[in-house]
Design a protein around this ligand. Structure first.
Ligand code: TEU
Length: 561
């Protein structure tokens, strides 16, 4: 039976991630906004993506760039108004683009009205029980209730002062102290998030990305955690992936979390067309990740094992095969992702020779970088990514080939990681620098002409060649490669959802065929690779030269002749 595009579009969608703060600034205050997004919808439609996912745009004190939400059913005034949000959703649909928002169910802002109520109502109250408050340890209760550490560094607990002025209980925050974790044992938490889903679904939103989808449930009794590595990345030994066996953790990926998503799926399915979810779950065991994708749970999940992979043919093949096997077993399509707003941009990752998988800036800084090589590999990688079965994500700016900005001055850094980790981790600002659209100097068209406010993070002085304007029409540019690949992907029946068959190729070369009549060959690190016989070239990531073979860090899309 032919798939129903109205309801199955997500099985092979290419979804463009809009990090709203840094996408386009419509009102000239140096911060991206809804007006900016609306002005770029023609650009996105022309790029050839199917949908956008917009990072949180709700009212927020911005302690963690909007992931500290103080009102889930409204819009941050610096980004615009609810009316503008509704207009954007309608206009995106007119451009053929679906819209996903970002829901943050693990924690609220400490400025959320619930948190003020919790502080005022005192220990033992229903209001306090919406969060995770506990008495401290030690004779005066001045030590945290357990050993848990925040993802951003330091203890995951903060002590409050009670209404009577006495030193009080502690509350849990797996992220910044301004992001208290909510208690998913509390009925109000369930009903309020369900109301938020409906609020936006009723306004035409097509789905949600779920922030830290695997962290909501904490183990009863909140036992101390051994310092389990997280995410627990597989290591490569002789081209195979090896992981330490999965073991339960007191807050990551607990089995009870699936109840939440079964309830959410019912809500999504009650709409016509059904709404969809993508899980942000840093769960590296593919079998554990696939549990989120069972038929009555979430539709898709980001594939972070792929994102973190090293540029090595055997490793890539194992990650791809494992993903397809485990997700296929539950009937879910894979989604492939190279970058997002939390990781070092992949041009800069691929510019390094790494032996360990990973994605953080700190893993890169000491390694020598060859950005030309990084760009070549990024070009090869996008043809691999868009050629694989399933859907894919494009993080804003990767279509321009932007590198990580690694030399932001200390005093402009805004990611809470920098302070929380005692200035040992520079955090994620380097992939969040505002986009260059046009012109030859900052703000490169990010803000309208005549704006007096500078972009919220400074842009490098050498990005004139990386603007959308400069790359448009240049056949060798990253932007034109993305446009060509996305156009072909739509026109080629073999691409999108489905299966692949691996080709057995020389060492360092990866390749597969897909029916009908398509092949993708990626020379990852091999010597010049011959193309399989019987195929014509559809698209290559770089020139092949006269001998017609694929140099290392080059890929080709082929069509059976
Ligand atoms: O991120 C979840 C998360 O824990 C990681 O991506 C983390 O930010 C990374 O390992 C760096 O330490 C989500 C959001 O994507 C992120 O931007 C938020 O900061 C975080 O949740 C808290 O809401």
């Amino acid at each position: 039976m032919a798939p129903d595009r109205r309801t199955d579009w997500w099985r092979d969608a290419v979804i463009y991630q809009i990090y709203i703060r840094s996408f386009a600034d419509g009102d000239g205050d140096g911060l991206g906004d809804i007006a900016g997004i609306r002005s770029k919808l023609p650009y996105l439609a022309d790029l050839g993506v199917d949908a956008v996912w917009i990072n949180p745009w709700y009212p927020s004190p911005m302690a963690d760039a909007g992931y500290d939400v103080s009102d889930y059913r409204s819009v941050e005034p610096r980004f615009g108004t609810l009316e503008e949000a509704e207009a954007l959703i309608a206009e995106a649909h007119q451009h053929g683009l679906r819209v996903l928002l970002d829901i943050v169910p693990n924690h609220t802002s400490d400025r959320h009205p619930w948190f003020a109520d919790a502080l005022a109502a005192g220990p033992g109250s229903r209001a306090r029980d919406r969060y995770v408050f506990r008495p401290g340890r030690g004779p005066d209760g001045d030590e945290p209730p357990n050993s848990w550490q925040s993802v951003f560094g330091g203890p995951a607990w903060e002590r409050v002062t009670e209404p009577d002025g006495s030193p009080g209980e502690w509350y849990l925050h797996l992220f910044a102290p301004e992001q208290p974790d909510v208690n998913w044992e509390h009925a109000d938490v369930w009903s309020d998030f369900e109301e938020t889903l409906r609020f936006w679904f009723d306004r035409g939103v097509d789905g949600f990305r779920i922030d830290v989808a695997h962290s909501l449930i904490k183990q009863e009794g909140l036992p101390d955690a051994e310092d389990l590595e997280w995410p627990r990345r597989p290591v490569e030994v002789d081209g195979a992936l090896h992981r330490s066996p999965w073991q339960p953790h007191p807050f990551w990926d607990r089995d009870e979390v699936h109840e939440v998503y079964r309830a959410w799926r019912k809500i999504a399915d009650s709409y016509d067309p059904p709404r969809v979810f993508v899980a942000e779950a840093w769960v590296d065991e593919p079998e554990r990740l696939a549990r989120y994708l069972r038929a009555d749970e979430l539709h898709t999940a980001f594939n972070f094992t792929y994102l973190q992979a090293i540029w090595e043919a055997g490793y890539l093949r194992h990650v791809i095969s494992e993903t397809l096997a485990e997700q296929g077993a539950v009937g879910a399509p894979a989604t492939w992702v190279l970058s997002n707003h939390d990781v070092a941009r992949h041009v800069s990752r691929f510019a390094r020779e790494r032996s360990e998988p990973g994605s953080s800036v700190m893993q890169l800084l000491d390694l020598p970088a060859d950005l030309d090589l990084g760009r070549r590999r990024a070009r090869a990688a996008v043809l691999l990514t868009l050629g694989l079965p399933g859907g894919a994500y494009v993080y804003q700016g990767e279509e321009l080939g932007l590198p990580e900005v690694e030399d932001l001055p200390d005093d402009v850094l805004q990611d809470p990681t920098w302070e929380r980790a005692g200035h040992t981790d520079r955090g994620r600002d380097g992939c969040r620098v505002p986009l260059p659209w046009s012109g030859s100097a900052p703000p490169y068209g990010f803000s309208p002409e005549g704006s007096t406010a500078a972009p919220w993070l400074p842009q490098p002085g050498d990005w004139a060649g990386l603007t959308a304007e400069a790359e448009t029409g240049d056949p060798g540019s990253m932007l034109e490669l993305y446009r060509a690949a996305l156009r072909l992907r739509r026109e080629t029946p073999a691409l999108g959802d489905g299966e692949l068959t691996w080709l057995e190729l020389p060492e360092g070369v990866l390749g597969f065929t897909r029916d009908p009549g398509f092949a993708c060959v990626v020379n990852v690190t091999g010597t010049h690779a011959a193309l399989p016989e019987g195929y014509d070239i559809l698209l290559t990531s770089d020139d092949l030269g006269t001998e017609g073979r694929l140099p290392a860090a080059t890929s080709a899309w082929l069509k059976r002749n």
